[in-house]
Write a protein that binds this ligand. Structure first.
Ligand code: SF4
Length: 214
């Protein structure tokens, strides 16, 4: 996952999320108690400020943390440059903070149909917010990174093409594919050859990059 393009960043994880993706590597975080942001996290960040270009607020899903606006405001006030990682499903909050952040890394898990059929989300409004969030991000002076993790149960080539077309129509310049790192034994995964084939096909729609091949 790209934290912030070409710069050193510190990533803060929050423990809220509206989804429960089967490939989630952060599930233990989602049951953690809130960290003491003002009294614990901020002083540590300030003591290392010389070494930090940016702070990325990640998750979980940070736009569902009721204190996200406070975090962004507080970090900006302390002179940090702030970015977020999001699934793009809380449009109203994104709209509320987007002028105060410099980077949005947005994960698109799969197609609208599969968000429902794979039981990633039942909330139609949140699913429809994905497209609104893409448009909002593109309308603002903010760096962005749209990406999909290649979890075989959630995306195949047909799905990836559908996402690529959605991004292309929205005006996105590049799409990023991330190889899935299995979290269970004997999981089926896409091979490097599969992923290169996906890239070649998707390049016909939108410039596509691959991350995480080894
Ligand atoms: S959106 Fe991210 S944090 Fe939430 S369940 Fe999915 S992978 Fe995990």
């Amino acid at each position: 996952m790209l934290d912030y393009p070409n710069e050193v960043s510190t990533v803060l994880f929050v423990g809220t999320c509206n989804l429960r993706c089967r490939f989630c590597q952060n599930l233990p975080l989602l049951s953690m108690k809130d960290l003491d942001f003002k009294n614990n996290i901020i002083p540590k960040l300030i003591s290392r400020k010389q070494m930090i270009d940016h702070i990325i607020i990640s998750g979980g899903e940070c736009l569902f943390d009721p204190k996200i606006k406070d975090y962004v405001t507080y970090l900006n006030d302390k002179g940090f440059k702030v970015g977020i990682h999001t699934n793009g499903m809380n449009f109203d909050i994104l709209k509320n903070i987007i002028d105060d952040i410099r980077f949005v890394g947005m994960d698109i898990k799969t197609t609208y149909e599969k968000y429902k059929s794979k039981k990633i989300s039942k909330n139609i409004n949140e699913i429809m917010n994905i497209e609104k969030s893409i448009s909002l991000i593109l309308s603002k002076n903010v760096k962005y990174d749209f990406r999909t993790t290649l979890y075989p149960d959630y995306v195949n080539l047909k799905d990836l093409k559908q996402i690529a077309i959605l991004l292309k129509l929205g005006g996105v310049k590049e799409y990023n594919l991330q190889k899935y790192i299995p979290i269970r034994e004997n999981e089926i995964n896409y091979s490097n050859e599969d992923i290169n084939n996906f890239k070649n096909e998707l390049d016909n729609i939108i410039k596509t990059n691959i991350r995480g091949l080894i």
